[in-house]
Design a binder for this molecule. Structure first.
Ligand SMILES: O=P(O)(O)OC[C@H]1O[C@H](OP(=O)(O)OP(=O)(O)O)[C@H](O)[C@@H]1O
Ligand code: HPA
Ligand SMILES: [Mg+2]
Length: 180
């Protein structure tokens, strides 16, 4: 049903599964002597975080922050709004931010600055997708699953107007769905 709105599958379910295992193994090694706080950025990071955390064999805590800057648009409003803050004090903690995509970089720049201000000990970013052509601010992830081209992508947590998050793969939406 949802498939009829997809122009092209960019990353299959199997490719995502393999990449999540690979990232999990790397993070297991890198965090084996730490007790990180993994912070999922709602809502897009939900499927990735759910799968990735099971692949990290280290002590960790999880928390969530809900920020939003896209609303129903395909370009960032540039204004990052905190919808839900953390329940955990980040002071002195080693933080691993888990994201679905970095596009303009504004969401993560805002969060990195916020966690620095709150005196986190270290801040690292793992993102499933990176769209380097979208970048408006200087921001780099420490761990990246896949680079994606300059197109609006949906699925595996990523939405357009709150839909398509439940697609099990990453696809490019047909232009006629969002340009009217
Ligand atoms: O690099 P940027 O241009 O800031 O874009 C990336 C952010 O945009 C999306 O979130 P959105 O604000 O759409 O909220 P959502 O996760 O609830 O969809 C996505 O999940 C990232 O958090
Ligand atoms: O390409 C995208 N798709 C969905 N959400 C997004 N948020 C930033 N970029 C994107
Ligand atoms: Mg969104």
């Amino acid at each position: 049903m949802l498939e009829k709105d997809i122009q092209e599958v960019l990353i299959t379910e199997e490719e995502i599964r393999a990449k999540v295992k690979e990232l999990g193994a790397t993070l297991t090694e890198d965090y084996k002597d730490k007790y990180p706080l993994a912070i999922g950025i709602l809502k897009g990071a939900i499927p990735f975080m759910g799968d990735l955390m099971k692949e990290i064999d280290a002590y960790l805590e999880i928390d969530f922050m809900d920020v939003s800057s896209y609303g129903n648009a395909t370009v960032s409003s540039g204004e990052v709004k905190i919808v839900k803050d953390l329940n955990t004090n980040v002071e002195g903690r080693d933080i691993l931010i888990i994201e679905d995509i970095i596009d303009s970089g504004k969401t993560l720049k805002y969060l990195v600055d916020l966690f620095k201000y709150r005196q986190a000990n270290s801040i690292q970013i793992v993102t499933l997708l990176d769209k380097p052509t979208g970048r408006k601010v200087d921001l780099k992830a420490d761990y990246v699953g896949f680079d994606v081209p300059d197109a609006f992508v949906v699925g595996y947590g990523l939405d357009y107007a709150e839909k398509y998050r439940n697609l099990p793969y990453i696809g490019v939406l047909k232009k006629e769905i969002y340009s009217f």
